[in-house]
Design a binder for this molecule. Structure first.
Ligand code: SAH
Ligand code: SF4
Ligand code: F3S
Length: 473
């Protein structure tokens, strides 16, 4: 099996991820490519599709951009800072190209889609601009760019799901893998650029998803995260059986592959997560008891401006229902501080909602206006930067307290942990996750576990981010 390189630099949309180790296979190939990925997990997943397409076309991966013939940046537009990070990085590549004129630079992903041809005007020395639905045309675009022309394909598709392309697992721990089940988003959250960069929502063939998951399990993977911007609106028609496959049905299909295969999913929109999904989760031990349920704001007025289609009370009722069906379910959130017109009172509503929901974890941002979005067109970005930042720091402070509280409540309990590898800080300790997605570390000691095994761990202490315990027989 070939191992490919991926260079995870900044995961702007989610938490930071470290530069990844890789195995170089470039020497087996005539040409070498280097790819760096930014943004959400779906972008990382797309890089694995791109690597697969390039591999088929005679390119091998390298982890050193200095030796690459083709340098690719898979970009994110979610906040202004994400785009700025990418522009800074591009300057370094352009410097390299000045010393090595034959080298091609390609910009992929959401920023490519947002800026289109304008990218080439703004960033001279970029040779290719390729949107997220145009990766199949990469070989042609590379040929075009090799003749010295600029190559652009930013067409969005209503059908493309790359269902038949088997992604090359980049930077894999061999235990956990991500599988895209849909693309695009039909919601129009007013702050969000994704519907413009990723196009219309479309669901991938359920059989191709199940086959990819089965294949991963056969290769030794033990956990699969089903990915989509809004997984609960997954909907695919099985024409042969004349049956509609909903997200709950898909979840069950994957869970039934093997009880030893864990299933996770991300992201759920609170308005779309159904009772059927909750019931399916509670029925199957191997569907992880963890839901990422981004609230964005705790104020009904702000939620309306955001076009989130739920109120504060409706969201609270959803949290109650999740806890009724699965009392041990982990819940996390995304929160935006300082959206247009947000008052101190709205901000207080966010804080009190967080207290109510007792999130185990949250991703927290301050509002960044994105050109072309509904909010940019309709509302004034009128909360000053200092206010946005001070509100965000209050939110972060509260979440730290909630996370610590949530972890403290787990001390003394036992959890089934899937071992992902060595703890980063100490190779004499294992690191894994509980069903609730909490990181658990425990000493290797005499019990002969290996990566990919399940261990029952009794929690003895904790930090805000980690549970610390001992394996029990
Ligand atoms: N599809 C997912 C989220 C995608 S983007 C969902 O609906 O939950 C990830 C997170 O980035 C969002 O949940 C939101 O909290 C944040 N985000 C998106 N646009 C933003 C913006 N313009 N400014 C600040 N944060 C933003
Ligand atoms: Fe953006 Fe909303 Fe779609 Fe999430 S659901 S990707 S926040 S538009
Ligand atoms: Fe960023 Fe695009 Fe994902 S904007 S968050 S990479 S869908």
């Amino acid at each position: 099996m070939l191992d490919f390189a991926i260079n995870k630099v900044h995961d702007e949309a989610r938490q930071g991820e470290a530069f990844a180790p890789f195995k170089n296979d470039a020497n087996e190939y005539r040409k070498k490519f280097y790819i760096e990925s930014y943004g959400c997990q779906m972008n990382f997943s797309d890089s694995e599709i791109v690597a697969s397409i390039l591999h088929e076309n005679g390119f091998g991966a390298t982890g050193r951009f200095e030796e690459a013939d083709l340098v690719l940046l898979n970009t994110c537009s979610i906040r202004e800072k994400a785009e700025q990070t990418i522009r800074n990085r591009l300057h370094i590549f352009k410097q390299q190209k000045r010393n090595k004129p034959g080298m091609l630079i390609g910009v992929l992903g959401c920023m490519a889609e947002r800026l289109k041809e304008k990218f080439l005007e703004e960033e001279k020395l970029v040779d290719m601009v390729v949107g997220p639905d145009a990766y199949r045309t990469l070989p042609l675009l590379i040929e075009e760019a090799e003749t010295g022309q600029k190559a652009v394909n930013v067409l969005l598709s209503r059908e493309e799901t790359y269902a038949d392309i088997s992604p090359v697992r980049l930077d894999s721990n061999g235990v956990t893998a991500f599988v895209s089940i849909m693309r695009g988003c039909n919601n129009m959250c007013s702050f969000c650029v994704v519907p413009f960069t990723r196009g219309r929502e479309r669901s991938r063939d359920a059989y191709s998803i199940a086959n990819e998951c089965k294949d991963l399990f056969v290769k030794g993977y033990k956990e699969i995260t089903l990915l989509g911007q809004n997984v609960d609106s997954y909907c695919w028609k099985d024409e042969q059986r004349d049956e509609i496959i909903t997200f709950a049905k898909l979840l069950e299909k994957v869970a039934l592959i093997d009880p030893l295969l864990r299933v996770r999913f991300s992201t759920s929109h609170p308005k779309d997560i159904t009772e059927e999904v909750l019931q399916t989760m509670s029925r199957h031990e191997n569907i992880c008891k963890y839901i990422h349920l981004p609230v964005q704001s705790g104020s009904t007025r702000i939620l309306q401006l955001m076009n989130r289609a739920y109120t504060r009370e409706w969201y609270m009722a959803k949290i109650n229902r999740i806890r009724e069906v699965m009392p041990d379910c982990g819940i996390s959130s995304d929160i935006i501080a300082g959206f247009c017109t947000e008052t101190t009172e709205d901000h207080q509503d966010t804080l009190s909602l967080m207290e109510f929901a007792k999130y185990d974890m949250s991703y927290m941002f301050f509002y960044s206006e994105r050109p072309g979005t509904l909010a940019a067109r309709r509302y004034k970005d009128d909360v000053g930067e200092a206010t946005k930042k001070s509100r965000l720091s209050e939110i972060v402070k509260l979440q730290n307290r909630l996370s610590h509280q949530s972890n403290s409540n787990d001390v003394g309990k036992e959890f089934k942990v899937l071992i992902e590898g060595n703890s980063r800080k100490d190779e004499n300790q294992w690191m894994g996750r509980s069903s609730q997605n909490k990181v658990v570390v425990f000493p290797k000691n005499a019990l002969h576990f290996k990566k990919g095994d399940y261990a029952v761990v009794k929690i003895e202490s904790c930090t805000g981010a980690t549970l610390i315990g001992k394996a029990v027989d």
